[in-house]
Write a protein that binds this ligand. Structure first.
Ligand code: ZN
Ligand code: ZN
Length: 361
């Protein structure tokens, strides 16, 4: 934990900031260990304060031993006095998280204070997020657990899916198994997309009945102690058509080739290119309209950014997804996604479920 604060403080001084005001829930948790849903961090060169309200004071004291817990009530009227006490003048705020209204409230309370009116609030963007990119062993253990829960749900539920089941009923079964296996929440809303619906990468499960011979895309993840997993499998009940065979084999080749050839010396853009080339060569380049993947951890989408235009390096310790897909309007789609870690110079998949389209394989 101290190491995280140390790295942040180095960055503060590099950016000529006296302190940072942290409002993002993931960054708050990463830096302090506090898992409550409300509170702010104020971190300066020599102070670390966790400001939260009555509901969370006890929990904050237990979870955040490196922080001074400062009890607050609603609004921001407590902020000027704290800034004055800490002697900070240039304070960064998270422009990607703080709302315009929240920012205005802070500006107003500072303006009305004799001392704190000297404080300037400096907009920062993606200031703390890159610090979360390389995972520590304890973070990897939590992501691994979240992934095991997802793999378990896939293995339990998919062999039981029958023609005539609705997308919603399959999603619900996945969710029940994940929760019973220890997930504290879903990482995101489970996607079950059958037939033509699977041509929409983020289809919302409907009451459509699953039919024989069509693609069924299931994209889901579990959250465990704040950390997320994310996986997709595409399955087919009965005999798939010729299009399915070609599309499935192409996506599988792209997914597996990327998994074995991506190196820590590559940028994410180069990694994306490996899978994209295979799909383009098969004639489906236009049907792969999203990025190869994304970093994952406390947030489902975080650094490294894994897309065609990303320079983010896939260094050892980064955890990200590899999820090529092909989507054909009117027919359907295929996506195969693993959550992986770059480790010892090569990719190791944390997702272990089979990649056979037959769910009873
Ligand atoms: Zn996914
Ligand atoms: Zn994903």
């Amino acid at each position: 934990m101290n190491n995280r604060l140390e790295r942040l403080r180095t960055k503060l001084s590099e950016n000529d900031l006296d302190a940072i005001f942290v409002s993002s829930p993931e960054n708050r948790r990463y830096l302090s260990g506090f898992s409550g849903s409300a509170g702010f961090l104020i971190i300066s060169k020599d102070a670390a304060v966790l400001a939260t309200d009555f509901r969370y004071v006890e929990q904050a004291g237990q979870q955040s031993p490196d922080f001074r817990v400062h009890r607050i009530s609603g609004g921001m009227t407590w902020l000027p006095e704290l800034f004055s006490e800490l002697g900070i003048k240039r304070v960064g705020f998270e422009s990607g998280d703080l709302t315009v209204a929240g920012h205005q409230t802070i500006i107003n309370v500072l303006k009305d204070d004799a001392v704190a009116k000297e404080v300037s609030m400096v907009s920062t963007s993606q200031f703390i997020e890159p610090l979360r990119m390389v995972k520590e062993p304890e973070e990897l253990a939590l992501i691994t657990r979240a992934m095991e829960i997802s793999d378990h749900a896939f293995q339990v539920v998919t062999p039981l899916i029958e023609v005539g089941d609705t997308e919603q009923s399959v999603a619900w079964k996945m969710e029940i198994v994940m929760r019973e296996a220890g997930a504290e929440a879903l990482a995101f809303e489970t996607i079950v997309a059958s037939g033509p619906n699977s041509a929409k990468p983020h289809h919302h499960p409907s009451d459509r009945k699953i039919q024989s011979g069509e693609p069924i895309v299931i994209d889901f993840g579990a959250r465990y102690e704040g950390y997320n997993s994310d996986m997709t499998r595409t399955i087919c009940l009965g005999e798939p058509d010729e299009t399915f065979r070609i599309v499935y084999d192409t996506v599988l080749a792209a997914q597996m080739t990327a998994s074995v050839t991506v190196l820590p010396t590559m940028t994410s853009g180069e990694a994306d290119g490996i899978a994209r080339e295979i799909i383009e060569n098969a004639g489906y380049g236009e049907q792969f309209g999203h990025s190869l993947g994304h970093g994952i951890g406390l947030a489902v989408h975080e650094y490294p950014r894994v897309g065609p235009r990303s320079d983010d390096p896939l260094v050892d310790g980064t955890v990200f997804t590899i999820e090529p897909g092909i989507y054909i309007p009117g027919w359907g789609g295929v996506r195969i996604e693993d959550t992986v870690i770059m480790e010892g110079g090569k990719v190791r998949s944390l997702t272990t479920s089979h990649k056979n389209e037959n769910p009873r394989a």
